[in-house]
Design a protein around this ligand. Sequence first.
Ligand SMILES: C[S@@+](CC[C@H](N)C(=O)[O-])C[C@H]1O[C@@H](n2cnc3c(N)ncnc32)[C@H](O)[C@@H]1O
Length: 290
Amino acid sequence: MRAQNPKRVRDALAEGTRLLARAGVETPRRDAELLLSHALGRPRTWLFAHPDEVLPLAAWERYREALERRARGEPPAYILGEWEFYGVSLTVTPDVLVPRPETELLVDLALDYLQPPTRSGRVADVGTGSGAIALAVALRRPRVHVWATDISARALRVARHNVRCHRVSDRVHLVQADVLTPLIGPFDLILANLPYVALEEAHVVDSRVTAFEPPEAVWGGPHGTVYIERLLRQVPGRLAPGGVALLEIGYRQAQRVLHLAESLVPRFPARVHPDPAGHPRVVELRRPNG
Ligand SMILES: C[S@@+](CC[C@H](N)C(=O)[O-])C[C@H]1O[C@@H](n2cnc3c(N)ncnc32)[C@H](O)[C@@H]1O
């Protein structure tokens, strides 16, 4: 696509929406708005207040380039370089998974457990990626310390940047680790959104996910539960009495994960929390007191 005459905001949005809809993007209007506001360096609300503003040529060209990337399936978060999760603004690069709305349930449950808000505690966030979960928890619970692990040094660089931007380096400790090794805890709360897409379901996975997001953040072995199982083996030795582990799962994995928990963590009562769409999404294990 070549740059054409500068356009008004409303026309640019209409054209971008049409282009993205034709490319099969599910939310074409929203994405066109995000990309245009980014190209202009203005908040999205500015667009609605200035529909007749004429775009500078440079902004128009930036917008067209971003639209082309989006039309090829690249997630908007990578094009913008930032994304919001649980009200927390994060730098996001192709080295990390784009934080998903379904993961907000894990944070809701973690914050419910960490009551009252002034409570202190030791939290682990296993497979932290951009640092999304660790930051959402640490920013709402100012006395909590979070140990956030990731196997990927590149992901940890992104997380470190985000932790510094939000000024919580003194309470969010980043560690390169295979699940929780070498941390010994004990933790009051263990949180994990580890890779859980099953290789056996590769044929039904949206190819745009696998084309753009890091494989080590997506694939969880043949049935999707390799890393969840590895973490479950570590939970009994690392959870404090009365502590809770919350593990995000694929919506078809509840039975498999409960079965694993029963054999690997037999004395910790387990339950499954559904997400707002009604799909099983988080497995909770609670270590009895005493
Ligand atoms: C599904 S992503 C989740 C990222 C982030 N927690 C979120 O919710 O947006 C999983 C993350 O786990 C990391 N990971 C994969 N295998 C791991 C392992 N064995 N130990 C620790 N982290 C691992 C990946 O590098 C990736 O950053």
